[in-house]
Design a protein. Sequence first.
Length: 113
Amino acid sequence: VQLQASGGGLVQAGGSLRLSCTASRIIVSIATMGWYRQAPGKQLELVATITSGGSTTYADSVKGRFTISRDNAKNTVFLEMNSVQPEDTAVYYCNAVSTFRYWGQGTQVTVSS
């Protein structure tokens, strides 16, 4: 199983980014997919998840700003990040849970003030 995350970069506070996670050898429509992040010196934090049934959950810190979605035809999960803040700076990891848990390689998001 491979999870390829992309879309990170440098963005100004108040701006937007869209992260993508394309999966191979696992079907995102039947897995619970998630985005996690880890800021320097901090623990890994759950950002958002989407279940096979389409139910979503969000960390309180991103509710109303971030949206997780899934394109089953492309076997890809997205994280739409709006109104980003410097505290959103972190490495973002894609995660898939089916029979086992799988992790992508991470993509850096840096928000400048």
